[in-house]
Ligand binder design. Sequence first.
Ligand code: URA
Length: 307
Amino acid sequence: MTAASPSNPIDIAELLAFYASAGVDEALEEEPINRFAKAPPKQTERAPAPPAPMRESRSEERPAPEPGPEPGKAAERSTVSFSLDASGIPDAPARPMHATAAVPDEGQVLLARQLAASASTLEELRQHMAAFDGCNLKFTAKNLVFADGNPTAELMLVGEAPGRDEDLEGLPFVGRSGRLLDRMLAAIGRDRNSAYIANVIPWRPPGNRTPTPHETEICRPFIERQIELVNPKVLVSLGGPSAKTLLNTTEGILRLRGNWRAHTTASGVTIPAMPTLHPAYLLRTPAHKKLAWRDFLEVKAKLRALG
Ligand code: URA
C-alpha cells in the first residue's frame, strides 16, 4: 500500500472512509493536554502580559469554557469530593462543573440516589439529571439522552448508553441500531408512540467505550427511578449491560435472553422483564435475529395476557 498523498482528494476520501470503518469518529488535538497542570499565575496590572506564544494561543482558540473553577482548582477539588451530614446525605455536590479528571466517589452515587428519589415526575427527573455533575461522562457528551417514545406506554425498553448519533440528537436509538429496533418494534405492532425507550447511561461514553462499573453505579438510580415513574407493564432490557444492571445478575445475555425475569422498583413494584439481544449485536450477528424475534413475540404475548 502506498502512502496517501495529503493533497489528493481521492486518497483523503479513502483515508476518511478507512477511519470511519475503523470507528474513528472524533477529531482530537494532535498533542495531549495536561489538564492537571497548574493554571498559569494570574497577570497583575503592573506587569502586563507579553504577547502569547503560538502554543498557548492555540488553546484560546477552543470554545470558551462556561463559568467554573480554574483548571488547577478543578483537579484539586475533585480529590476532596464530599462530606456527609448527620442523615448520611451529601451536603453539596462537590464535583466542579467542569471537572476534567474523573475521581469516582461514593458521594456522587449517594447524591444521584437522593436526586432520583426526589423527582416526582419524569420532567423533574430529566431536570435533575441535566443539572447533575457527578458523572464525568457528562463533560464529554454533547447532550443528555433522556428518553424517546410515549411515557404512558405499557412497554419500556432500556439500552446501554447512547452512541454518536444519539449524542448529537439527544435521543436514544436513532442511529443504525435504532433503525433496527424500530423494525423489531414494528414486527410486534408497535412504534415509538406505543413504547418508551431509554438507556442505563444517559451520556455517551467517549469513543463509545464501555461505561465503567462506577459510571454505571452513579447512573443506576436515575434509570431505576425512570422505570418506576413510567411504571410499564413490561420491561425489555436490550443487551447484556442493561440486563445486568436492571436485573441484578452477572449471567451472560445469551443465557439470560428469552427467559422472563423481574425488575423490582424501590417502592417494591415487580415488573416482568425480558432480556434480549442488543440491536447493535444483531447488526453484527444477523443469524441471531431469530432469537430476538422469539423474545419480542414473548413480549407481545405477555402484553396481550396482561391486557
Ligand atoms: N445503543 C444503546 O444502547 N443505546 C442507544 O441509545 C443507542 C445505541
